[in-house]
Design a binder for this molecule. Structure first.
Ligand code: IYR
Length: 228
């Protein structure tokens, strides 16, 4: 049953060959995306970031409550504050503070092939840090009270669309998750009902950027899909 204020919806019919070609073309573009950990300080136009957030904001969400906020950081002072707080947490995580690492042995071993450590220079080098917040409450009017639904799922999809749009614009990204990341609420001045989810670091790759070989190991279609 349609809602009484329903509007018509249609999609341009493509024909099978065109549909397959377009799906393949986008899939192979997305296959070129890599998580980048080495950024240049080359500027990226604000309009690119705005368009990507516009795309993210069109994601499907629980009851269309759009339970996300994107705090976009470019000021050197705020980037530095984020780097300092994130590295302090990461030093505890990796155990470079003289204490036992907060991450267990198994987790540290899993990160081995990525070569990550507690140093996060990209938080100052990259031109943009997009700090993504999930709104546990607020509804479409952001009243801070109305219940939101499927918040993690909704924000996850929005982040995917954000990253895909940035990639299409030739902008490299890193989904960075300092742990814990409560400090981001304070630094970005967000309300207590919002939960920081990730920092999407965005910029051009450094000229000598590399990715770990491990990142190229993607599960094949035969493994990730079953057809019933
Ligand atoms: N937050 C840490 C650790 C880390 C955890 C996972 I799971 C990764 O895929 C990558 C890193 C860091 O940023 O180094």
């Amino acid at each position: 049953m349609n809602a009484s204020d329903a509007l018509p919806y249609a999609l341009e019919p493509l024909g099978d060959a065109e549909a397959i070609a377009r799906a393949r073309a986008l899939a192979s573009r997305l296959r070129e995306r890599r998580t980048c950990r080495w950024f240049s300080d080359e500027p990226v136009p604000r309009e690119v970031i705005e368009a990507a957030i516009d795309a993210a904001g069109s994601a499907p969400s629980g009851a269309n409550h759009q339970p996300w906020h994107f705090a976009v950081v470019s000021s050197p002072a705020t980037k530095r504050a984020i780097r300092e707080a994130a590295e302090a947490e990461e030093r505890r995580f990796y155990g470079t503070e003289g204490d036992a690492p907060k991450a267990g042995e198994e987790w540290l071993a899993a990160l081995g092939p990525l070569g990550t450590d507690a140093d996060k220079p990209f938080l100052e080098t990259a031109p943009w840090l997009i700090v993504v917040f999930a709104q546990r409450k607020g509804g479409i009017d952001e009243d801070g009270e109305t219940q939101n639904y499927y918040v993690n799922e909704s924000v996850g999809i929005a982040c995917g669309m954000l990253i895909a749009t940035l990639h299409e614009a030739g902008v490299a990204t890193l989904t960075h998750t300092p742990s814990p990341m409560g400090f981001l609420r304070r630094v970005c001045g967000r309300p207590e009902w919002e939960k920081p989810v990730m920092i999407v670091v965005a910029g051009r790759p450094a000229t000598d950027a590399t990715v770990p070989a491990h990142a190229l190991r993607k599960k094949p279609l035969t493994q990730i899909a079953s057809w019933l």
